[in-house]
Design a protein around this ligand. Structure first.
Ligand SMILES: [Zn+2]
Length: 387
């Protein structure tokens, strides 16, 4: 009897040890914060909960960085990490925050849009918990997040997500996907409150351009493109033709389908005067048929299985031995964003948005992404925001 009890107690202790051993890395990832250095162009920061009070004090709240120009002009909102498993947009947004100087107009930048998803993981898919971007002063570490918000911040999931206000039925998981919860509502689920906060920022500030930066699989047809609704298509087309001709990378415009609800490129335009754009660059790491999901695959985008699929014409982007490195993806996002500002400003001189200091495609390819991040340990007091 005593031996049986001891055996059971031992088994329980072993189970507890395994749970702690397995859970501790996930706990640490959730509580690791990225030091974001405010560059000289950042004039203020505020939490998104200023526009959606229900988020205050929760892990779904996130920081909005404001870069206000000396001269008045138009306004743009740049959002990244809507899907935190597509972090190249976040890196492009951080480069704007560290390096951008707005000459004319105002930029609002939200680098960690779905902040909860950034503290979520995909260990079941073998995803790494972090990735390091090399810099001259050492590695800058980021969390590798998930596509959807953490169930720790929004739970339980519904059987079916009913989109507000269209009542369109979506997959259950889309309740935690901030690219299905637009335009949101102030008293809805936390992810609806996140998108509502951004909608309110857009409406109350009279934002002209809303750019939502993503990444997509090379086997997914909507990749390497700008997704735009009817009212944004002229600017999107001019932007893609210009970057293709002058900077030499592929892009195209995909129309935003009017019947598919909840997406930023649809709902922002339908519920405000802003022109929405969603940018996609290919992330080979996200494709299903690849080798192990290593940090190296994320950084380099090189995979032998994708290469053989490319030879069989199964991919929607050009793909060769050079893969699709991080610099290329971040560089494309940076150039396309700047080009959308420029094309809009050419047509709307009184609402112009003029930004300097942000590198374009060729510069990022040459210098690498880490070149644009400064050492947070050497930053002036009060200039580091933990995200
Ligand atoms: Zn996405």
């Amino acid at each position: 009897m005593k031996r049986e009890l001891a055996f059971k107690a031992g088994l329980a202790a072993l189970l507890a040890a395994v749970l702690v051993w397995g859970g501790l890395p996930l706990f640490r990832q959730r509580h690791y914060s990225v030091p974001v250095v405010k560059g000289p162009g950042v004039t203020s920061v505020f939490p998104l909960s200023d526009f959606s009070p229900g988020l205050a004090g929760t892990d779904a709240d996130t920081t909005v960085f404001v870069l206000e120009g000396k001269e008045p002009g138009g306004k743009a909102l740049v959002m990244a990490n809507t899907h935190a498993s597509e972090p190249e947009g976040m890196l492009a947004a951080l480069i704007i925050i560290e390096r951008g100087i707005v000459e004319k107009g105002t930029l609002f930048v939200i680098p960690f849009f779905n902040a909860s998803a950034g503290r979520n993981t995909r260990p079941g898919d073998g995803y790494p918990l972090y990735f390091d971007v090399p810099t001259a002063w050492g590695a800058k570490r980021f969390r590798y997040g998930n596509r959807d918000a953490s169930p720790l911040d929004q739970w339980p999931d519904p059987d079916v997500t009913v989109h507000y206000p269209s009542k369109q039925l979506l997959s259950y998981i889309d309740a935690r996907n901030t690219n299905r919860t637009w335009p949101g509502r102030p008293d809805g689920l936390p992810m609806e409150q996140v998108t509502f906060g951004a909608m309110e920022l857009i409406r109350r500030h009279g934002v002209d351009l809303a750019i939502d930066i993503h990444g997509a699989e090379t086997m997914f047809p909507v990749t390497n493109c700008i997704v735009a609704p009817e009212k944004s298509q002229r600017i999107a087309t001019m932007a893609y033709l210009t970057v293709k001709a002058s900077e030499g990378f592929e892009s195209h415009v995909e129309p935003s389908p009017p019947g598919f609800r909840g997406l930023s490129h649809r709902e922002i335009g339908d519920h405000s005067d802003a022109l929405p754009f969603l940018l996609e660059a290919p992330i080979p790491f996200l494709d299903q048929p690849t080798g192990p999901k290593t940090v190296e695959l994320f950084l380099e985008g090189r995979d032998p299985f994708l290469l053989s699929l490319s030879k069989k014409k199964k991919l929607f982007v050009p793909y060769d031995e050079t893969g699709w490195p991080l610099e290329k993806r971040v560089g494309q996002h940076s150039s396309t964003t700047l080009e959308i500002f420029r094309q809009f400003s050419r047509r709307n001189a009184d609402r112009a948005i003029v930004v300097s200091g942000v590198p374009r495609y060729a510069e990022i390819l040459e210098n690498g992404v880490g070149h644009y991040f400064s050492d947070p340990s050497k930053a002036a007091p009060g200039t580091v925001v933990l995200q």
